[in-house]
Write a protein that binds this ligand. Structure first.
Ligand SMILES: [Zn+2]
Ligand SMILES: [Zn+2]
Length: 73
């Protein structure tokens, strides 16, 4: 594995908003189908906060999603 690939794998398991583990099944090497994020709705507003380079690669963690919903962004 190259350093670059390693970095990508790491960031896939890291929330792009808070930098903590996002618990994503896809990042853990399992099917993304079984990821908790597949059953959640991510508002467009929270997706806009993700840096471009992480968009579609790293999941937001549950904590950030819930904080966003609770505080309304
Ligand atoms: Zn987070
Ligand atoms: Zn996920």
């Amino acid at each position: 594995m190259t350093d670059h690939a390693k970095q990508a794998a790491q960031s896939a398991g890291t929330c792009p908003l808070c930098g903590k583990a996002n618990g994503c099944a896809g990042a853990a090497g399992r099917s993304h189908e079984e990821c908790w994020c597949m059953n959640e709705i991510f508002p467009q507003e929270i997706l806009k906060r993700i840096p471009k380079e992480y968009l579609g690669k790293a999941c937001i963690c549950k904590e950030c999603l819930e904080a966003f919903k609770r505080d309304g962004g």
